[in-house]
Design a protein. Structure first.
Length: 112
């Protein structure tokens, strides 16, 4: 999908939808970043701060010099998203003791 001069992969479109990020916010982040840095797996990370959250867009250029958006996320994540649940679970796990961590892992393996 194209939005102005950006091309969004199917993966990044799913992330926009699942993470409650508007495509206009992703475009704004790309066009007016407060910080740009090299991404861990190639490409560039563009960051932009909105009122009380930050959006990060990871994009690469193809051989036609078009920008392809690979990934998009929001920090802190919306409370209703899977990202927020995962962050909450990690916080709980990292604070737990040995036996509590063991129990959490067992419950995950059993799907409880």
């Amino acid at each position: 999908m194209r939005y102005f001069d950006l091309i969004f992969t199917l993966h990044s479109q799913d992330q926009l939808k699942n993470r409650g990020i508007k495509i206009a916010e992703a475009w704004e982040t790309f066009k007016h970043p407060i910080r740009t840095q090299k991404g861990r797996y190639g490409g560039l990370e563009f960051e932009h701060e909105f009122d009380d959250y930050k959006i990060t867009v990871v994009a690469i250029q193809n051989n036609k010099n078009e920008w392809i958006v690979k990934s998009v996320w929001r920090n802190p994540p919306l409370l209703i998203t899977a990202d927020a649940r995962q962050k909450q679970a990690w916080k709980k796990y990292s604070k737990a003791g040995f036996w509590a961590k063991t129990w959490i892992i067992i419950k995950q393996q059993l799907g409880i």
